[in-house]
Design a protein around this ligand. Structure first.
Ligand code: URA
Length: 429
């Protein structure tokens, strides 16, 4: 086949700070998916984009080209609205687990096509796989059956045919230092979400030490770009900027986070996890026109738990099983009296990863039991000798490296810190 462009010309154009034409973008994404543009050429182009950016037209076209590289799903035949949530990734972020069944209580389909964790942020599928028997890989027929006549919610792996260009490109960015680039993140996330065919989408854009975006202005810019891409594709999209300087909730790690999610579904759970779950559920429901709903009641009266139980069973898991627990534990205690002023999300995330909860390479196994339990959150009064963190692992050999990464993670001071009451920083629509 005669190619209309030469990859080197496209790379040079972006390297020299020029805009790429629609035709160049369509071609480069399509040719990369076909293997005509080589990995090393795409990595040079990704770095040129990282350094010189893309304007709104280029980002929009790049997103469309990635959607066109694969299949689009369509939930219209279900005859009910669909709502979805995407988080840019954080530490202790188990929100999808209670959120999907909670929203499904109100007659909305919730197709949560999720990913596995890489680096210090955990993946939703890794968490759920700590439930013995639970399966992440479902075919389209099963997904449609669960959404249509089953529980109404499904959390499963995104199939290989959904935005395959992004799958290849994301793996490449991960090993070429080109992940944290707003045009590439926005197009990566939104190509998958638009191809998934949801009618409404809520983006949870994390800001802080444990997030991709450390800086609030950058996070707001990313959120705005994604909201625009969603709206342009007729997906009702809003974003919440939420704090990720401290881990969410009191657990980080796979089975530990499932346990905490079940507490939330039983009407309890940590205040920040409940606050964010309820806020995101309200946004998802409002996005499909359901504003007159009592979301909290569905957590308190067991309706969300009923949907969870059914959803787990439909995917091969036993919702009443005992979750696995770690044979090795190590507790860190406070050295002094005072107030906990900081508990750094990134350091806790890296420590949990080193304990075995995350993977360094795609093919690594994750431990279902590894992770960290927090005994206190910033703002709380602490007395010397009180437990602060408990490390969980499959064996004690993991503790030294994890403890190294926790150096400086905890700060205790004599005066009570002034802390924001809410994890939600801003709403962008
Ligand atoms: N998540 C994605 O799916 N893509 C990115 O580029 C970053 C986070």
């Amino acid at each position: 086949m005669n190619e209309p462009f030469d990859a080197v010309d496209v790379i040079r154009a972006k390297r020299d700070g020029h805009e790429l034409s629609n035709e160049q973008i369509d071609w480069v994404i399509q040719a990369y998916t076909r293997g005509i543009v080589a990995e090393e050429q795409m990595s040079a182009l990704a770095m040129a984009i990282f350094l010189n950016g893309m304007d709104d037209r280029e980002i929009s076209r790049w997103t469309k080209a990635m959607i066109a590289s694969g299949k689009r799903m369509d939930f219209k035949s279900l005859g009910k609205p669909t709502a979805d949530k995407h988080s840019t990734g954080g530490v202790g972020d188990k929100i999808t687990l209670p959120l999907a069944p909670l929203v499904a209580v109100f007659g909305v389909s919730v197709p949560q096509l999720s990913g596995r964790g890489l680096g210090h942020t955990g993946g939703t599928l890794d968490k759920l796989e700590s439930i013995p028997g639970w399966k992440a890989n479902l075919d389209e027929e099963k997904i449609m059956q669960m959404l249509g006549s089953g529980s109404g919610a499904v959390i499963c792996a995104a199939g290989a045919e959904l935005a395959p260009a992004d799958k290849k490109l994301y793996a490449l960015r991960d090993i070429t230092g080109t992940v944290d680039c707003i045009p590439l993140i926005a197009s990566s996330i939104m190509s998958k979400k638009i191809a998934e065919g949801t009618s409404s989408l809520v983006l949870d854009v994390k800001v802080g030490s444990g997030a991709f975006m450390k800086d609030r202005k950058m996070a707001a810019e990313l959120a705005r770009k994604m909201v625009t891409l969603g709206k342009d594709a007729n997906v009702n999209t809003v974003a919440l900027l939420t704090d990720m300087n401290t881990p969410l909730g009191l657990t980080v790690g796979n089975a530990l986070e499932v346990r905490e999610s079940i507490e939330v579904l039983a009407g309890g759970g940590p205040r920040d996890v409940v606050e964010l779950t309820v806020a995101l559920a309200r946004e998802m429901l409002a996005g499909v026109g359901k504003t007159d709903v009592d979301v909290e009641a569905a957590l308190k009266d067991g309706r969300a738990m009923d949907v969870w139980n059914q959803m787990i069973e439909e995917q091969g898991g036993d919702p009443h099983t005992t979750l696995p627990t770690a044979p090795a534990r190590h507790t860190l205690v406070a050295q002094e009296d005072g107030y906990l002023t900081r508990l750094d999300a990134l350091k806790v995330g890296v420590a949990s990863w080193r304990l075995g909860a995350g993977r360094a390479r795609k093919e690594d196994r994750v431990s279902p039991v590894a992770g960290i339990e927090l005994h206190a959150k910033p703002g709380e009064r602490i007395i010397a000798g009180a437990p602060l963190l408990t490390l969980h692992a499959e064996d004690e050999s993991k503790f030294d490296r994890a403890l190294e990464s926790l150096q400086g993670a905890v700060e205790i001071e004599s005066t009570k810190p002034e802390l924001a009451q809410s994890v939600i920083l801003e709403r962008i629509d």
